[in-house]
Design a protein around this ligand. Structure first.
Ligand SMILES: O=C(O)CCC(=O)C(=O)O
Ligand SMILES: [Fe+2]
Length: 555
């Protein structure tokens, strides 16, 4: 599993401009080390490109090829894209790294200097993004290169022209991320400070280098490898987090740290991520859908026997027909649900209290239904414990949270699990949702989507867009719920999401949403120390009551 994680760029195609030297070369090597196929673009130094190619090939992990093209011209970037797509059929990562750094102040800039510098540093990246975007799918990345103005601006008038181009790149990044965000392509920029590349050393005296190094908080000039690490981080698919290294006893600290970082990044940015590397076999995973089908195929009178109204007291479990739970008065939710909770015997003193009690089991063979569902549920409790700990490790260090700070959540937890069935919806009515826009009340939700179906979408505020959440084979969708957002004072985002299953075909969709609400008596303040204590039971009760409207069972 650890090895698998190390090769997290397996099958990914990355174009890197100006990759024969410096930061571009270091990025090509770093990505190839993780399994990527790298397109090493260069414009003039054939020997350096061959050396970079050889270095990548020596790794024996990723593939590579060199492509000569002038990354500062439109025909150049178009040819680069064409050669890549002809060979590999797609592009996953574009790193616009090629650049020039002439020393030109206002007085000494000629029109030719201006045009050439803007062509390589701005025009090339602009049109490369344009040419590449149509071959890039959701979750792919474009990374542009800016520059950092450290401390009090260290930029001397001599770099007026160069820094003008980098200013353009920064604005381009902001707006292009919105433009391409609509297609799910992520656009970022790295802004290295003084970095020890050949381009940087050119024309600088020892003395100048010393002065520049002193501007850096660490008193030294950075290395291309350090910048490449950031580029690799940005190029990682933010939707997918592999928790293999957390579960594997042989994984290194670096690998574990990478998982924590990926989860932290996704949870602060989207509030959603795909989780793989959980170690649960495909057979065990997908058997739960056979249970769903068995149940929802039962005739209505058999489903009625386990109607939520039959559940003991306020334990809230059993069959919930469509239309009960509503998030807004006007919306219609076309989903029916079979709810299973933690099995608490009827003679337990707490049985019948909120979310606590025995499950209602329909007239189906125990070994084909109940046993499989409870085994799945047990795995989800274990998995939720692992995820909670990863999330705790991703919290700001300044909060000083011990690893087990939220462990109490997973002790005898309230775990309503909704086995969901969306019948065919053929009418395209904007108010007709599988599930209307909402956030979950839970700490976290572990969702399993049926392969081959679609419909789940998440709201992404920066681009004000609903983004489809793809089904990852063998993967879970994890989302941060309201309770976790409260605990982390908003550091992790509880993201709005919805389900739309409208389709011309007669399509059913099944999914299973496991909500870790947590131990109902567990209480803590927000982990940054702010606010009042939150008691899980009280919190979830108030959230649930809000959405049930007048049609829900009284709790
Ligand atoms: O079915 C799904 O994919 C999501 C369901 C959901 O968001 C929910 O039940 O809270
Ligand atoms: Fe949800």
């Amino acid at each position: 599993m650890a090895a698998n994680h190390l090769l997290s760029f397996n099958g990914k195609i990355a174009i890197i401009t100006g990759a024969s030297k410096g930061i571009g070369k270091a990025s090509a090597v770093a990505l190839a080390r993780l399994g990527a196929t790298v397109i090493i673009n260069y414009s003039s130094d054939e020997q350096a490109a061959q050396d970079a190619l050889a270095e990548v090939q020596r790794l024996g992990t990723g593939e590579a090829r060199i492509v000569r093209a002038d990354a500062g011209t439109i025909p150049g970037v178009q040819s680069l894209v064409k050669q890549t797509v002809d060979a590999y059929g797609k592009i996953d990562v574009v790193i616009s790294n090629a650049g020039v750094m002439p020393m030109k102040d206002l007085e000494h800039t000629t029109e030719a200097d201006f045009d050439r510098t803007f062509a390589i540093n701005v025009k090339g990246p602009y049109f490369l993004a344009q040419a590449a975007a149509e071959h890039m799918s959701r979750g792919s990345h474009i990374i542009l290169t800016s520059t950092t103005l450290c401390a009090a601006s260290t930029v001397m008038p001599g770099y007026l022209l160069y820094n003008s181009t980098k200013g353009a790149i920064e604005q381009m990044t902001r707006v292009m991320s919105k433009d391409l965000g609509r297609k799910g392509i992520l656009v970022n920029a790295v802004a290295p400070g003084p970095t020890g590349t050949e381009l940087f050393f050119r024309g600088k005296s020892e003395e100048v280098l010393k002065t520049v190094a002193s501007f850096n908080p660490q008193g030294r000039i950075g290395t291309p490898e350090e910048i490449a690490e950031t580029i690799v981080f940005l190029a990682q698919s933010s939707w997918v987090s592999d928790i293999g290294p957390i579960l594997s006893p042989t994984a290194t600290e670096v690998e574990r740290h990478r998982t924590v970082e990926a989860v932290r990044h996704a949870s602060t940015t989207f509030g959603f991520f795909n989780l793989v590397g959980h170690g649960i076999s495909q057979t065990q995973l997908y058997r739960i859908f056979e249970c769903s089908k068995l149940f929802f195929d039962l005739p209505e009178e058999k489903r009625m026997k386990v109607h939520v109204g039959q559940a003991l007291g306020r334990s809230f479990r059993g069959w919930e027909p469509p239309l009960i739970q509503q998030h807004h008065d006007a919306d219609i939710n076309f989903v029916e649900t079979f709810i299973v909770g933690r099995e608490v015997p009827a003679d337990d003193p707490d049985a019948g209290t909120f979310l606590t009690g025995p499950n209602l089991w329909p007239d189906l063979p125990k070994e084909k239904f109940q046993d499989i569902i409870l085994a799945y549920q047990a795995r989800m409790v274990e998995l939720s414990h692992v995820i909670i700990r990863i999330l705790v490790q991703g919290l700001p260090e300044a909060w000083g949270c011990p690893l087990d700070v939220l462990d109490g959540l997973t002790v005898d937890p309230a775990i309503p699990m909704r086995m969901l069935h969306y019948g065919p919806v053929k009418e395209n009515n904007p108010l007709q949702f599988g599930v209307a826009p909402h956030t979950d009340f839970s700490a976290i939700t572990i969702l399993l989507q049926q392969p081959g179906t679609e419909g789940l979408q998440v709201w992404y505020p920066p681009t004000e867009d609903w983004i489809p959440v793809p089904v990852t084979e063998d993967g879970f969708v994890i989302n941060i719920g309201d309770l976790m957002q409260q605990y982390t004072a908003g550091y992790y985002r509880s993201a709005r999401h919805r389900v739309i299953t409208f389709s011309e075909e007669n399509k059913h969709r099944y999914s299973v949403a496991f909500f870790l609400d947590g131990n109902l008596r567990f209480k803590t303040k927000a982990l940054d120390g702010s606010g009042n204590e939150i008691v899980v039971g009280e919190y979830v009760y108030s959230c649930l009551n809000r959405t049930l409207g007048t049609r829900g069972p009284s709790l």
